[in-house]
Design a protein around this ligand. Structure first.
Ligand SMILES: [Zn+2]
Length: 282
């Protein structure tokens, strides 16, 4: 419900902002109408000076002995940040892809940090582990806003890349990503579920797509037929959105098996509920 109300808020904000460009261009439109169409003139739009932008290569930097470019903290802030989003169902390799990108950035000489939610304690809290066993040290936090403080402000200044895993569990994802990329010049790589077991938007992951440089939707393999799987089917009867679990609770499925699986689970639930009612009647 929270995600839906956020989406509604987002839509209403867009509706309001639609009026702004019209009022901005109204004086230019009037001036165009006052001329015959053959003398069409370019409206007086505000032009940005070329030197408004700081080219990446002109930022103060030093070439390290190993050839990597080392930047000071001020240059890091000036540099344009990036946001890359990796989504997909469970068992699609989101964490593996995130770790691969983080390790690649580290190999290029970047300072990296990885954050995950402290809600997921399946593999311990001090490291991030893929389903196939690859491990990387990480920060397990209840929210992202506490990261800067806990990591240390000086250490944060030195960071180039921030990885966020299980991003659906962070309610402050939007504000953190915007601040880190827009103002602090960080490259943020985010991995998370785009949808929950009912294929509803999960947490704030979809909210950051308008902020993103790139979005990658990974697929898994349907556990029932082997075709590409886009969805996560919950095999158990819990109804709440957040149930932490692995292959014991969830399985990746194709569209056809998601639909038939939901019907089967719903039917099983009705039977179980009717049994409970019968017992209470007896
Ligand atoms: Zn299937």
């Amino acid at each position: 419900m929270l995600a839906i109300s956020r989406m509604k808020a987002l839509i209403s904000t867009h509706c309001i902002s639609k009026t702004t460009p019209l009022s901005l261009f109204s004086s230019a439109s009037k001036s165009i109408r006052s001329y015959p169409p053959t003398q069409f003139r370019t409206p007086n739009l505000v032009r940005l000076k070329p030197n408004t932008f700081v080219p990446y290569a002109s930022l103060s930097s030093e070439i390290a002995p190993n050839g990597a470019v080392e930047m000071d903290a001020a240059s890091r802030r000036q540099r344009s940040g990036e946001i890359h989003v990796i989504v997909g169902p469970m068992f699609a390799g989101k964490t593996t892809t995130l770790l691969r990108r983080i390790q690649s950035e580290k190999g290029d000489g970047s300072n990296v940090a990885v954050i995950k939610s402290n809600k997921d304690t399946r593999y311990g809290l001090d490291s991030i582990v893929t389903h196939d066993g690859v491990r990387l040290p990480c920060w397990a936090l209840p929210n992202l806003s506490s990261f800067k403080q806990k990591f240390g402000l000086d250490a944060y200044e030195q960071l180039d890349v921030i990885g966020i895993d299980e991003a659906q569990f962070f309610e402050d994802l939007y504000d953190f990503c915007r601040e880190a990329a827009d103002h602090d010049g960080k490259k943020v790589i985010v991995a998370g579920l785009d949808g929950d077991y009912l294929r509803r938007s999960f947490g704030s992951v979809l909210d950051i797509i308008p902020l993103a440089d790139s979005v990658t939707k990974l697929t898994s393999r349907c556990e029932l037929c082997g075709k590409p799987a886009f969805f996560t089917l919950r095999k158990t009867e819990e109804m709440q959105t957040e149930v932490i679990g692995g292959a014991d609770v969830y399985m990746p499925v194709c569209r056809q098996h998601y639909v038939s699986g939901q019907v089967a689970i719903q039917a099983a639930r009705v039977v179980l509920e009717s049994q409970v009612e019968c017992r209470s009647c007896a």
